[in-house]
Design a protein around this ligand. Structure first.
Ligand SMILES: NC(=O)c1ccc[n+]([C@@H]2O[C@H](COP(=O)([O-])OP(=O)(O)OC[C@H]3O[C@@H](n4cnc5c(N)ncnc54)[C@H](O)[C@@H]3O)[C@@H](O)[C@H]2O)c1
Ligand SMILES: O=C(O)C(=O)C[C@]1(C(=O)O)C=C[C@@H](O)C=C1
Length: 301
């Protein structure tokens, strides 16, 4: 009988419970959070077998503990649960950033840090909450494992193997590389989408503009509907890497603006041509091939 406690039972925690239950990795799930309404919904949906608002209550009999709260809230959660962990339990998380989350686990769990193994699923959605959780969310999606020297390799392997059995693919890399990559292909696009919708929504003809926008605007800004608390935390947590990406993007925008103002057709077309080729080709084949250079321990199943 394997029991999993999920602290922060929203979109990702709920989807993980459904998916790990379906893969028979766990027999029983206890949902823990501070909003009774969503915990009750988790039970109604069958994502959780029971729920509690008490971390000690959730953790005391659990074999696997998943921390699925916004990243800046993680250190307190790790610290609140450390004293109640069973000696052989494994603690993992699903946070969108790695360096500060691993530091949070180290500080919060203290001597129990040896029971921790990290994981970041590259799947989600813009609508938060357990109501949007699905059992197939992680099928054939990457989960990034970022083990460091002080972690127990057995715990790391346990979590990697579990994600694989649940239908995901594991990619191993350093926390630093993870944060640089996802600052570029996840965090930056979210900041851009939020900035664009925020800017337009404050303009004189905002209602007309937003009311008439077509599919292009919708596609570009879908992610601006995402949870503000989650993305505030990601920006604070990975601020150096995100700031670097923003600077590079601004440079690119300035060059494009100059080309537009100077009617430099060649420069515009060269940029668009390169982007088009990459968007049509590389982006979609990347999920089937490789995410990039790492330590070569890529595992696809
Ligand atoms: N949404 C995505 O696309 C996505 C993808 C991969 C990873 N993540 C990461 O997963 C984590 C959860 O994100 P989500 O999308 O499930 O968000 P969510 O808003 O759907 O769920 C978060 C849950 O945590 C609860 N919560 C917040 N603070 C808490 C605290 N201090 N103690 C207990 N419960 C608390 C909330 O009530 C909510 O139920 C975040 O760290 C996020 O960065 C999100
Ligand atoms: O599909 C979405 O809406 C997402 O934003 C998912 C997404 C991403 O950027 O791809 C968001 C944050 C994560 O940490 C992982 C996945």
């Amino acid at each position: 009988m394997t029991k999993m406690a999920v602290i922060g039972f929203g979109l990702i925690g709920g989807s993980m419970a459904l998916s790990w239950k379906q893969a028979r990795l766990v027999d029983e799930v206890i949902a823990c959070g501070h909003r009774e309404e969503s915990l009750k919904l988790a039970k109604e949906m069958g994502a959780a077998d029971s729920w509690t608002t008490s971390i000690p209550e959730a953790v005391k009999d659990a074999d696997i503990v998943v921390v699925a709260v916004p990243v800046q809230a993680m250190e307190k959660v790790f610290s609140d649960l450390a004293d109640y962990l069973k000696p052989d339990a494994v603690v993992t998380d699903v946070g969108s950033t790695r360096m500060t989350v691993i530091e949070a686990a180290r500080k919060g769990l203290k001597e129990k840090f040896c029971q921790y193994a990290p994981g970041h699923p590259i799947a989600g959605g813009e609508l938060p909450g357990v109501a949007y959780a699905t059992k197939d969310l992680f099928n054939d999606k990457w989960v990034i494992s970022t083990p460091t020297d002080e972690m127990d390799p057995e715990k790391v392997k346990f979590i990697e193997d579990a994600w694989t059995k649940a239908g995901a693919k594991i990619k191993v890399m350093s926390p630093e590389l993870h944060d640089a990559i996802f600052a570029s292909v996840s965090h930056l696009p979210h900041v851009l989408a939020y900035a664009l919708v925020d800017m337009i929504s404050k303009e004189k003809y905002a209602k007309e503009k937003l009311g008439m926008a077509g599919a292009g605007f919708r596609d570009f800004t879908r992610i601006a509907a995402s949870s503000p608390a989650m993305w505030r935390d990601i920006c604070l947590s990975n601020r150096t890497a995100i700031s670097k990406e923003l600077k590079r993007y601004r440079q690119g925008l300035e060059e494009l603006q100059e080309a537009i103002e100077n009617s430099d057709a060649q420069k515009l077309e060269a940029c668009f041509e390169n982007a088009m080729k990459n968007r049509r080709g590389l982006v979609f084949s990347a999920s089937k091939q490789d995410l990039g250079k790492d330590d070569g321990r890529s595992k696809s199943h």
